[in-house]
Design a protein around this ligand. Structure first.
Ligand code: IMP
Length: 434
């Protein structure tokens, strides 16, 4: 298979950064296809640490083309800030190594503000639902995209029509703001905000679907870099406690303009336990000292917001669902070493709902809150698995745990990551070589 799609199979933060970086070395093009600068990961290359939120991982590697697809929501100011920060670290970003889809939606300051207003009101202005968003304006920007009033990248090139589009957008937003008791925003403010970045953003714009089609025909290896996780998917996640885009693998096609038949290997990044940031159901959450242990050992703090992540046992029922909704070919199992030293380990295999046994998380919010996990218990291991690079380096109980995970989720382990170091990986299948 030529192309690879990397997605998170849980609630995000599965450790995609290291795997995407490892794969991007083998790829010609790295494409983001959903989300925005709500994502975040750190790449460590030759001892230098690079923090990326919006830009695809490929940008830090010479000779790779990074692409922001139409499914991404782009904050142009955050984009420029990220480009400038990388320039300070010696990474030069030009249209030779970055392209942005001309039909991608822009995030404006009014989106970021609205996101914050809704969160600050503890859900009062959002029908009583506090999501715990990253406050980056992601949701409000996608709302405008679906509402067909968004400002898109190519609009920056045509000031005359841009003005009319801003007018239309503000008619909607100022009505909303009046209802929330917030001051109205002037047309000039938004025009100034957009025209001040137009010259910096426009050189990167491209007809991305066309470029990808040409490159695909040429035999280029394309890596699709998902953000967040499948359980934060707007349709398949724990709605309404989700992000505002489709995070499942199918979106790699719709969010880039490449046909689904060309997607290739679907690699689901899967943490050996479960974490979640923000609000929402989490059946296997541990609020005891084991949860605390996982959080500390696993350094479970959000990359973008610094928030403490909630931690819990591995939920095989949830990942089984992700295997199905993404069409996962194989998984990259990460952070196995965080479980080192625990006496016993539990894996959730299904749930009990109102006395009835079920094998998947129901879609209903009320039912999601009521499910009780059913666990199997496995013996832990005392040895350290940190830095293991072959199966023989792993204790027998750790191998048993991994085999049990594979069996329960119905997908094989392609890669096993045993530390943040890129070489501390057990490679079973190279997704690009499959
Ligand atoms: P939003 O994407 O900022 O609208 O936030 C919606 C939900 O997605 C919140 O629960 C966030 O914590 C979560 N979220 C967004 N981006 C990430 C991510 O990169 N990792 C984990 N959770 C995320």
């Amino acid at each position: 298979m030529t192309n690879v799609v990397v997605i998170g199979s849980q609630w995000g933060d599965e450790g995609k950064g290291k795997i995407v970086d490892w794969l991007s070395e083998r790829a010609d093009i790295v494409v983001r296809f959903q989300g925005g600068h709500n994502a975040g990961h750190t790449l460590v290359i030759d001892g230098t640490s690079y923090k990326l939120s919006l830009l695809p991982s490929g940008v830090v590697r010479p000779g790779k083309m990074a692409v922001i697809g139409n499914g991404v929501v782009v904050d142009p100011h955050a984009l420029c800030a990220e480009i400038d920060k990388l320039a300070g670290q010696g990474v030069t970003i030009t249209p030779d190594n970055l392209r942005i889809a001309d039909n991608a939606t822009l995030i404006l300051s009014l989106h970021r503000e609205l996101d914050g207003i809704r969160e600050d009101a503890a859900g009062k202005s959002n029908g009583g639902v506090k999501i715990g968003t990253t406050r980056r304006g992601i949701g409000p920007a996608y709302e405008d995209k679906v509402g067909r009033r968004a400002i898109r990248v190519m609009d920056l090139a045509d000031i005359d029509t841009l003005s009319a589009k801003v007018e239309r957008l503000l008619t909607h937003h100022n009505a909303l703001r009046r209802g929330l008791g917030e001051p109205e925003i002037s047309h000039d403010t938004i025009m100034q905000e957009l025209t001040s970045v137009a010259d910096r953003v426009l050189p990167f714009r491209d007809t991305v679907w066309l470029m990808l089609d040409r490159e695909r025909r040429r035999g280029a290896r394309i890596l699709f870099e998902g953000a967040q996780g499948s359980l934060l998917d707007i349709d398949h996640g724990t709605y309404p406690y989700v992000t505002s885009s489709n995070t499942v693998a199918g979106q790699a096609a719709a969010g880039s303009g490449m046909g689904p038949g060309s997607l290739g290997y679907i690699l689901g990044i899967t943490k050996a336990y479960t974490t979640r940031v923000g609000e929402g159901p989490f059946p296997t959450e541990l609020t005891d000292e084991i949860g605390q242990f996982l959080g500390e050992r696993g350094h479970e703090f959000g990359t973008v917001t610094g928030r403490k992540r909630r931690c819990g046992w591995f939920d095989a029922a949830l990942v089984r669902q992700s295997v199905a909704t993404n069409g996962i070919t194989g998984i990259a199992l990460t952070k196995l070493d965080v479980l080192d030293g625990l006496d016993e380990l539990k894996i959730c295999v299904g749930y009990t709902l109102d006395g009835e046994e079920i094998d998947h998380l129901p879609a209903s919010q009320g039912q999601q809150a009521r499910v009780v996990p059913k666990y199997i218990t496995l013996e832990g291991w005392k040895e350290s698995t940190v830095g293991a690079r072959k199966w023989a380096d792993l204790p027998a109980q750790a191998i048993k745990y991994v085999r049990q995970v594979e069996e329960l989720i119905g997908a094989p382990v392609a890669l096993l990551s045993t530390s943040p170091e890129r070489d501390d990986t057990i490679l079973v299948t190279d997704p690009f070589e499959d």
